[in-house]
Design a binder for this molecule. Structure first.
Ligand code: DGI
Ligand code: FE
Ligand code: FE
Length: 191
């Protein structure tokens, strides 16, 4: 596994100052949530640092990289370039940096859309991206409160927020996001 220092060396030169600060904050928040909810804090630290590694890479370059790795995009993925950095990031880390840990790779792959059946680590990284220290969007206070209640409540808030936001913008919504939302809502009803 990459050490924390190795991760920093890989990520920092690829990101803007602000995006690098965000990645460090997500890493710290992911460690905090991992300790609170029982995920592996070391993996959370690394996944947080790495999660946006491709975010500042040109979209065409990300597409080329995915093509080279044989990743085929669905029509929805093609229509939503903001989703690419999660897919290209996980692929880059696996194929070019030799990251082997499937849980870390999935936490990065699904940090933007979420999916159903997410592991603790995947959920911790997904939520840490919403509640990292520098976040100040409308609704962040509600997200921070939800995180204090439970992982399920935080997932519910994050998914509702995302689906509301995307539909208000008339953006395409990935099926993985709906699957994650439906899973959270159905499990809640069963309780
Ligand atoms: O990379 P970050 O900015 O830290 O955060 P992110 O990876 O969670 O989200 C990046 C963007 O992706 C954000 O503007 C919302 C957007 N997004 C998330 N899910 C979907 C999506 N966009 C579309 N079109 N469809 C989705 O399902
Ligand atoms: Fe991201
Ligand atoms: Fe992020």
């Amino acid at each position: 596994m990459l050490t924390v220092e190795e991760c920093k060396k890989v990520v920092k030169p690829r990101l803007s100052e602000a995006r690098w600060k965000h990645s460090q904050n997500v890493s710290k928040e992911a460690v905090r949530l991992a300790k609170k909810y029982g995920a592996d804090p070391q993996k959370a630290e690394i996944a947080g640092l790495l999660h946006d590694v491709m975010k500042d890479t040109a979209p065409e370059e990300q597409l080329q990289m995915m093509q080279r790795f044989g990743i085929i995009l669905t029509n929805i993925e093609l229509a939503a370039p903001k989703l690419w950095h999660a897919m290209s990031g996980a692929a880059f880390l696996e194929r070019e940096l030799g990251v082997r840990d499937a849980d870390i790779l999935n936490a990065i792959r699904y940090h933007t859309t979420a999916r159903d059946g997410m592991s603790l680590l995947e959920r911790v990284v997904y939520i840490a991206d919403f509640t990292s220290a520098e976040r100040d969007y409308d609704g962040v206070e509600q997200m921070r409160e939800a995180v204090d209640i439970s992982l399920e409540t935080a997932m519910e808030e994050g998914l509702v927020f995302t689906i509301q936001d995307l539909s208000s913008l008339r953006s395409p919504i990935h099926p993985d996001t709906f699957r994650a939302y439906n899973e959270v809502i159905i499990q809640k009803k069963e309780k």
